[in-house]
Design a protein around this ligand. Structure first.
Ligand SMILES: Nc1ncnc2c1ncn2[C@@H]1O[C@H](COP(=O)(O)OP(=O)(O)OP(=O)(O)O)[C@@H](O)[C@H]1O
Length: 243
């Protein structure tokens, strides 16, 4: 199935989440981490998800991007009800439509930076040489073009993160989901990453969600959702008063 075509392109929400709950087992008991979240993520916007540690931010974005099943609720990504897809369809859907930047960079240790950044293109069937060239162009934009031939363990933490960012963006996914993309970076590198995210990930038919504690970048949000104890308590263009 051509999962890119599911739902078609329209002005619909990039993500439509309804009634999202998520429970985790903790020994004999069960803890509810998300308590029935309803929200729409709009295309053409950079949406920040902020909140105290443990409020459920990573759990929520993991559910929104098809890597963690909700206990209850429905998630449509560009019109596709992703948890109704078969496992194979969901894998394809993610590969075609979603780029992730998580706190663990999960780079492949035995291949160089350009090859790591090229992984989504190679997985989609692009020739390795062409995929590497595209990946290298992004590494240049992220100011680490000169590190393209290095293995991950020859790179600093911030450089590894930029390779992970290039890997998330290289196939120009419609949805980019990032967990703390600037936390390990100095202010100017962080701004560069945010500029690139806006350039690649924000367009009429694309969307970008960023979990962050980094108040240096709050002014870059088009929309801010605040999570408290598994519920959205603020949804606006600015941080709520007192933050
Ligand atoms: N796999 C899991 N098993 C059990 N509990 C979990 C699991 N994943 C998350 N939790 C719990 O769910 C709650 C929310 O976690 P989550 O990582 O979503 O929070 P967060 O807001 O992203 O926190 P942080 O800002 O520290 O990354 C926490 O209490 C956490 O311990």
């Amino acid at each position: 199935m051509d999962t890119k075509a599911i739902g078609g392109r329209s002005a619909e929400a990039a993500i439509c989440a309804r009634g999202i709950t998520r429970d985790f087992k903790a020994g004999q008991s069960t803890i509810r981490v998300l308590h029935g979240i309803d929200t729409d993520i709009k295309p053409g916007e950079m949406t920040f998800v902020v909140g105290e540690s443990g409020s459920g931010k990573t759990t929520l974005i993991s559910i929104m991007c098809g890597i963690l099943w909700p206990t209850d609720g429905e998630v449509k990504v560009f019109g596709t009800d992703i948890y109704k897809l078969s496992d194979a369809e969901l894998v394809n859907f993610r590969l075609e439509n979603i780029g992730f930047i998580f706190q663990q960079y999960n780079l492949i240790p035995s291949i160089d930076a350009a090859a790591n950044a090229a992984v989504p293109l190679i997985a989609q069937g692009m020739r390795v040489g062409e995929a590497r060239e595209k990946a290298k162009a992004l590494l240049e934009k992220l100011n680490i073009g000169d590190q393209a031939d290095k293995l991950p363990n020859q790179l600093s933490g911030g450089q590894q993160q930029r390779v992970a960012i290039a890997r998330a963006l290289v196939h120009e996914p419609r949805l980019v989901v990032c967990d703390e993309p600037t936390a390990a970076l100095d202010t100017s590198s962080g701004r560069r990453v945010m500029d690139l995210l806006r350039e690649v990930a924000v367009a009429e038919d694309r969307a970008c969600i960023i979990v962050t504690h980094d108040n240096r970048i709050f002014d870059l949000a088009d929309r801010i959702l605040v999570l408290e104890d598994g519920l959205v308590t603020h949804d606006g263009t600015d941080m709520p008063d007192g933050h």
